[in-house]
Write a protein that binds this ligand. Structure first.
Ligand SMILES: *Cc1c(COP(=O)(O)O)cnc(C)c1O
Length: 407
C-alpha cells in the first residue's frame, strides 16, 4: 500500500482538483469520536464536525455497522423501484417532526431546490401565473445551485454568476416591518433559516417567525424553514422550529441527517405535502438505500442516547464557561444548543482559527469577528474544557500582539 505524505497530497490536490475551496493546510486521515488525526499523526479536537454534519462524531460503531450492512445488502436501485430503507426513514422523520410527506435529495442545496420548486408549483394553483415571488433574508445561506444561490442573499456568492433567477426578493433578517412591507398576494413562499448559520449564528426572534407565519397564512404563501444546519438535534431539539412553536409548511434538512453520509430531505405538511405529483421532481441518487439506512441509524442513535437533551446541556455548559473564561475577548455570544457563535471584540477570527488549529482545535470563522462552533452532539464537559483552554491561550496571545501591533 502506498503511503502518501502531507506534501504529496496537497500537491496532487492543487494539480488535479478545481480550486473552489480555500483549504486549511491539514490533510485529515482518520477520526474517532470528537477527534480527528492528520497524516502526520497530529490529533485535533473537532469543534466543527464537518460543518454540523458528524453529529455522532467520527467512526461511531452503530453508524459504521449500518453502512457496512446496507452496502453488503443493496446499495442503489434508482427510484424506479420501491426499496425498504426509504419509506422507513420517511416514516421516522415524519414521526419526529409531525410533518406529512418527505422527498429525498443528496445535499442541502438540493433539498432547498426541491422546496423552491414545490413553492413555485404551489403558486400555480387556481390557474394563477403571477404568484411566484419568493422572499428570503439578507445574510442567509441556502446553497450554491442557481436557484439556491439566488435565494442566498449575499453578493459575494451571486456576483460571478449573474444574472440570478427572477422572482426573489430580499429583506433584512429579524425585521418584522420589512417583511410586512415585502409581503403580498403574489408571494408563493417565504424562506428563512430559524438560526442563520453561515451568516454568523443569528437566532431568529420568536416574534419574527410568528409574524412570518401569520403573513404567509394571510397571503396563502408557504413558509419554508431551511433547517439544513439547525436540524437533527443541533440546537437541542430535533428541529429548531420546535423551540419557537412556529411550524413551517416546508422544512429542508441535510448536513447532520446522514451523520457524514450525503443525504438531504424536503419535508412538507398540510396542503404543501401533496403539491408534487409523479414526474414533477426527482433525482437518481435521492433516497438511495445506503443513504437512507445510514440516516435512519443516525436518528435512532440520537434518540436512544438522548443526544438532543445532551446538546442542550453541553451548549449551556460551553457558553457559560466561555463567558466566564474568555469574557474579556467576547463582544457577544449567540447560539442555540450546540450551534454556537462567539463574537470577538477584535476582527481576529481567522487568526484565532489558524492558531487554534496549530494547537489541535478545529473551529470555524464566519466573517472577521465571529467564531462558529458546531461540535458533534456526543461531546462531554471535558471536551468543552479542552476547547476553551485552547481558545483562552490563543486569544490571550493574539489580543496581546494585536494591541501592541505586531500581528
Ligand atoms: C450548508 C447549508 C446549505 C447547503 O447545503 P449543501 O449540502 O452544502 O448543499 C443550505 N442551507 C443551510 C442553512 C446550510 O447551512
Amino acid at each position: 500500500m502506498t503511503t502518501y505524505t502531507d506534501e504529496h497530497i496537497k500537491q496532487m490536490d492543487h494539480d488535479c482538483v478545481m480550486g473552489t475551496y480555500a483549504r486549511l493546510p491539514v490533510v485529515l486521515e482518520r477520526g474517532q469520536g470528537p477527534y480527528v488525526w492528520d497524516v502526520n499523526g497530529k490529533k485535533y479536537l473537532d469543534f466543527l464536525a464537518g460543518i454540523a454534519v458528524n453529529v455522532l462524531g467520527h467512526a461511531h460503531p452503530a453508524l459504521v455497522a449500518a453502512v457496512q450492512a446496507q452496502a453488503a445488502t443493496l446499495m442503489h436501485t434508482s427510484n424506479i423501484f420501491y426499496t425498504i430503507p426509504q419509506p422507513r426513514l420517511a416514516q421516522k422523520l415524519l414521526a419526529i417532526s409531525g410533518f406529512d410527506k418527505a422527498f429525498f435529495a443528496n445535499s442541502g442545496a438540493e433539498a432547498n431546490e426541491a422546496a423552491i420548486k414545490l413553492a413555485r408549483k404551489y403558486g400555480k394553483k387556481d390557474g394563477r401565473t403571477d404568484k411566484f415571488r419568493i422572499i428570503t433574508a439578507q445574510r442567509s445561506f441556502h446553497g450554491r445551485t442557481m436557484a439556491t444561490v439566488t435565494a442566498t442573499a449575499q453578493e459575494k456568492y451571486q456576483k460571478p454568476f449573474a444574472p440570478m433567477l427572477t422572482g426573489f426578493d430580499y429583506v433584512p433578517y429579524n425585521d418584522v416591518a420589512a417583511l410586512q412591507k415585502a409581503m403580498g398576494p403574489d408571494v408563493c413562499a417565504v424562506m428563512l433559516e430559524p438560526v442563520q448559520g453561515e451568516g454568523g449564528v443569528y437566532p431568529a426572534d420568536p416574534a419574527y417567525l410568528q409574524e412570518a407565519r401569520a403573513l404567509c397564512d394571510a397571503n396563502d404563501a408557504l413558509l419554508i424553514f431551511d433547517e439544513v444546519q439547525t436540524g437533527i438535534g443541533r440546537t437541542g431539539h430535533w428541529f429548531a422550529f420546535q423551540h419557537y412553536g412556529v411550524t413551517p409548511d416546508v422544512m429542508t434538512l441535510a448536513k447532520a441527517l446522514g451523520g457524514g453520509f450525503p443525504i438531504g430531505a424536503c419535508l412538507a405538511t398540510g396542503a404543501a405535502a401533496s403539491v408534487f405529483a409523479a414526474g414533477d421532481h426527482g433525482t437518481t441518487f435521492g433516497g438511495n438505500p445506503l443513504a437512507c439506512a445510514t440516516a435512519l441509524t443516525v436518528l435512532e442513535t440520537i434518540e436512544k442516547d438522548g443526544l438532543c437533551t445532551h446538546a442542550q446541556e453541553m451548549g449551556r455548559y460551553f457558553l457559560s464557561k466561555a463567558q466566564s473564561e474568555l469574557g474579556a475577548h467576547l463582544k457577544d455570544t449567540r447560539g442555540l444548543g450546540l450551534m454556537m457563535g462567539l463574537e470577538l471584540t477584535q476582527p481576529v477570527a481567522k487568526k484565532v482559527l489558524t492558531a487554534a488549529l496549530e494547537r489541535g482545535l478545529i473551529v470555524n470563522a464566519v466573517g472577521e469577528t465571529t467564531l462558529r462552533l458546531l461540535p458533534p452532539l456526543i461531546i462531554e464537559r471535558e471536551h468543552c474544557d479542552e476547547a476553551i483552554a485552547i481558545l483562552k491561550d490563543v486569544l490571550a496571545e493574539i489580543s496581546g500582539s494585536f494591541v501592541t501591533g505586531n500581528s
